[in-house]
Design a protein around this ligand. Structure first.
Ligand SMILES: Nc1ncnc2c1ncn2[C@@H]1O[C@H](COP(=O)(O)OP(=O)(O)OP(=O)(O)O)[C@@H](O)[C@H]1O
Ligand SMILES: [Mg+2]
Length: 616
């Protein structure tokens, strides 16, 4: 007598269902993917009671022949692959041939379908596999009712109707994001919650993620050989406290992949605080042979043949898209066009002519005492001096490492008004400083507000990064700065002497608890030396020397940038402010400080008019 016996088919399928059918949303996923694989142009989903009571998916795809209907419900029966070779380059969502069998084992399932060329449709009952003629014009209707009716233990794990519906909704969104070429509709308990016509990819993304996301996202588009990534990735200001709103698709399949998540995270490392999460919708396409989708029963994980190449490709594509500073783009986008194309009124006096956009009469355009009229712009006699004080006080002595000569605009002050047709810099010209914190500037679109510390911090940070790749320019202090530090900081001075010197610091013990700073990176020449060095040593003492230059480098640079950047309440002259604006335009990632906070914002004339209800 043997104790080993074969399990009945139904039980086998019920066991398999444990892997594939976790909850209503997983049923919806499988049935939707089948409809997509069938080449449907329009798909309609009806849910009842969170999908537990009923999930009904109607498609207009190729349909299933009468002869194939019973097979569709069989385990390991599929029309999508026939060989290992097919499996290795599979292009359809499904290929395991087990989803419908698993679903039919745990819910009352019927399939009604009419294949092209059939006289009428046929319906199969998942319980007894009986076939009956039915009415349907084309395509397939899959009806899944009473999920887990025969497996009460599993039923207990279902959550509330609202929760199950939310999961179904999320599943629907994934399919809808991936396939803007298919019209999709979702209804719950008779109420339509999504009605999505066929749309260009970006419009589909906007419909599902919201215009706000699209407005605060950068377009990603990159190609290299057979690898291609497209989509939208949010700017840090749109970041969220949780990981929702993160969609990564590989060859049209939604995946959660550690490698890809890591590449994205790394691309944001420099611009987003660790506790915040970016939002994104990204589509990676590659040769199907380069990715194994047969890793997980629900196909949510994948394995890349050349994981390293994929990681680097995604990381660089995203870094590039995010690096492009909105400051550099601000002038090009959405600036109102000036039909006449005429020159702006020349501001020959400090009281300006009427503004080009037809708004209220202006105040004195630029009340700087040193201003003299010149060609519509007022030249600052002290301009170049101030520019050097501000930016190039930090000028390294090596010619290759420092900022280039000040752009001509650095000393320029604005004409009374700017038009879109003006050759004005994107962030415009500084007007004034507000409470020692914000810079007010005027550009062709309207008002620009800049958080001067945050902006300067980012500029310094980016510069420090490039400078440290070579040899940093060093500024010798006329009088060494001598100050007291703790014992552990003293130890760090010795232990990290090499790192410190590579960063441009010359620091030596000056007593048992005292150090003398003889030189520092030229970029930070304006920083409060003692504060900066103390903070730096505090950070250095936490880490072994071996880690510092690689893993901790950017953290150290961030500390240095923060201390080197202009502090609140430091009065800036207008040329200094303009110099900062020009540097922002030229700096990558200048739109946010390295904690992800925005550095500047734009108020268009329309925004302001709306606020003052002008013309209403
Ligand atoms: N909506 C549909 N329209 C046309 N054919 C369908 C539809 N749904 C299922 N089929 C057919 O039924 C077969 C079985 O579907 P099932 O989902 O069980 O397996 P699969 O999609 O091949 O693989 P997987 O288990 O990975 O989903 C499919 O291969 C397909 O031929
Ligand atoms: Mg399937």
């Amino acid at each position: 007598m043997t104790v080993i016996h074969r399990l009945p088919d139904l039980l086998v399928n019920q066991i398999a269902a444990g892997e594939v059918v976790e909850r209503p949303a997983s049923v919806l996923k499988e049935v939707l993917e089948n409809a997509v694989d069938a080449g449907s142009r329009a798909i309609e989903v009806q849910l009842e009671q969170g999908g537990v009571r009923r999930i009904r998916v109607t498609d207009d795809g190729c349909g299933i022949d009468r002869e194939d209907l019973a097979l569709a419900l069989e385990r390991h029966a599929t029309s999508k692959i026939a060989s290992l070779d097919d499996l290795e380059r599979v292009g359809t969502m499904g290929f395991r041939g087990e989803a419908l069998a698993a679903i039919a084992a745990v819910a009352r399932t019927t399939i009604t379908s009419r294949a092209a060329g059939s006289a009428h449709a046929w319906r199969i009952d998942g319980d007894d596999r009986s076939l009956a003629p039915a009415a349907l014009n084309h395509g397939t209707v899959v009806d899944v009712a009473d999920l887990y009716y025969n497996t009460p233990a599993r039923r207990k794990f279902l959550k509330s109707e609202g929760t199950e519906f939310a999961h179904c909704d999320e599943m629907f969104r994934r399919v809808a994001l991936a396939r803007p070429d298919i019209a999709l509709q979702l209804a719950h308990n008779g109420r339509v919650s999504h009605r999505l016509p066929v749309a260009p990819p970006l419009a589909r993304v906007a419909a599902l993620m919201g215009d706000d996301f699209v407005a605060h996202a950068r377009e990603v588009e990159s190609e290299s050989g057979l690898l291609r990534v497209t989509g939208l990735a949010s700017l840090p200001a749109y970041s969220r406290a949780s990981r929702d709103a993160q969609y990564f698709f590989v060859n049209g399949r939604f995946v959660r992949d550690k490698l890809l998540t890591h590449a994205v995270r790394q691309a944001y490392a420099d611009i987003l605080h660790g506790a915040r999460h970016p939002a994104y919708v990204l589509f990676l396409t590659l040769d199907p042979a380069g990715v194994d989708v047969n890793v997980h029963p629900a196909k949510i994980e994948v394995r890349f043949r050349d994981a390293r190449a994929v990681h680097q490709f995604v990381f660089h594509a995203l870094t590039r898209a995010l690096a492009e500073s909105g400051a550099a783009l601000a002038g090009q986008t959405a600036a109102p066009t000036d039909a006449s194309g005429s020159m702006p009124p020349l501001a020959t006096t400090q009281t300006a002519a009427a503004p080009a956009y037809g708004g209220p009469p202006t105040r004195p355009a630029y009340p700087h005492p040193g201003a003299t009229p010149m060609q519509g712009r007022l030249a600052m006699d002290s301009g170049s001096r101030a520019y050097y004080d501000f930016v190039a006080s930090a000028r390294p002595d090596t010619p290759d490492a420092g900022p280039s000569a000040p752009p001509p605009d650095a000393h320029a002050v604005p004409p009374a008004t700017l038009r879109a047709s003006d050759d004005a810099p994107p962030l415009g010209f500084a007007l004034a400083q507000l409470h020692g914190v914000y810079i007010l500037a005027q550009n062709t679109r309207g008002l620009v507000l800049v958080d001067m510390h945050a902006a300067h911090e980012r500029i310094l940070y980016e510069k420090l990064k490039t400078v440290l790749d070579g040899r940093p320019a060093v500024q010798r202090l006329l009088i060494p700065a001598v100050f007291g530090v703790g014992t552990r900081e003293m130890a760090a001075v010795e232990e990290h002497a090499e790192v410190l010197s590579r960063m441009g610091f010359e620091i030596a013990p000056a007593g048992p608890q005292e150090v003398a700073v003889r030189s520092m990176p030229a970029l930070l020449a304006n920083a409060p030396v003692a504060d900066l060095v103390r903070k730096l040593l505090e950070e250095l003492r936490e880490y072994p020397a071996s880690e510092i230059i690689t893993a901790r480098r950017n953290e150290l640079l961030a500390t240095m940038a923060c201390h080197g950047a202009v502090r609140a309440n430091r009065q800036l002259t207008v040329p200094e402010m303009n110099a900062l604006l020009r540097e922002m335009e030229a700096t990558e990632r200048a739109d946010q400080c390295n904690h992800g906070r925005p550095t500047w914002t734009q108020f268009s004339m329309q925004d302001l008019d709306r606020f003052f209800m002008r013309g209403q």
